[in-house]
Ligand binder design. Structure first.
Ligand SMILES: [Fe+2]
Ligand SMILES: [Fe+2]
Length: 246
């Protein structure tokens, strides 16, 4: 598996992740045609920069990179209201049901093994934060963006919500939240070695890792549906209404 470090070469980054490569080029320390055989370490010190700063930037870019293997063709041909219903039933309901259950599983594993493994405490702290972030995030979507989308399709106009009366405001907030969640999911994968089962793991441990893995996958699909289908669809619908008010 690819591991980002100060010894990573620029050409390895290029092969691994367009998002990390773009982030590197945006810093201005590497340009098209430069020697891509250099390591991050050599490249940074050549500019008098501490490589840790660039590595953090690259890790953030990697965490926010949209996975390319997610299939959302089940949404093809649906109205935006139906897309919202799909997201609510497949993802918001799923999270409300499973977040407390996963929290309980983590608690049991921490009670049994936390004294010997600090990373389990970090998993618990991180998951508690993610749960709270996601609860707030879903509420925000359900109180602002989702009603706006339904209004556009049923009434041809948006009723003002706590986030104003255009979809752009809530969408910008939602994208910001998604980036935070993506980074947190990346950290969760790091802390659990990609949900790998430790030797001699008990059933409770196994169960917790399976739940976390499933939670990560469901959340990646959830975010993908919103960013790739719902948000652009809502912006397009709003632009069409402005051009041709009902
Ligand atoms: Fe959502
Ligand atoms: Fe969302």
């Amino acid at each position: 598996m690819f591991e980002l470090s100060s010894e990573t070469r620029v050409n390895e980054l290029e092969a691994e992740s367009p998002a990390m490569m773009n982030a590197l080029m945006a810093t201005g320390i590497f340009r098209e045609g430069d020697n891509s055989d250099l390591t991050i370490d050599a490249l940074c010190w050549g500019f008098g920069l501490n490589p840790l700063i660039i590595l953090n930037t690259l890790a953030r870019a990697r965490a926010s990179e949209a996975p390319s293997n997610i299939d959302v063709s089940e949404l093809d041909g649906l109205t935006l209201t139906q897309v919202v219903e799909n997201i609510e039933s497949s993802h918001h309901d799923y999270l409300r049901e499973t977040l407390p259950l996963i929290g309980e599983s983590i608690g049991r594993v921490v009670d049994a093994h936390g004294a010997n493994d600090d990373r389990l405490i970090d998993v618990q702290t991180l998951f508690e934060k993610m749960s709270a972030d996601l609860e707030n995030h879903m509420l925000h979507e359900e109180e602002a963006l989702f009603p706006m989308v339904r209004d556009m399709e049923t009434d041809g106009a948006i009723k003002p919500t706590r986030c104003g009366e255009t979809v752009g405001g809530p969408i910008a907030c939602m994208e910001n939240d998604h980036n935070v969640v993506r980074e947190e999911l990346g950290r969760l994968r790091e802390l659990t070695d990609d949900y790998a089962l430790p030797k001699n793991a008990c059933m409770t441990y196994r169960n917790m890792l399976e739940q976390l893995d499933q939670f990560g996958q469901n959340t990646a699909i959830h975010i993908h549906k919103e960013e790739q289908v719902l948000f652009p669809g809502a912006l397009k619908a709003q632009a069409a209404l402005r051009e041709d008010p009902a």
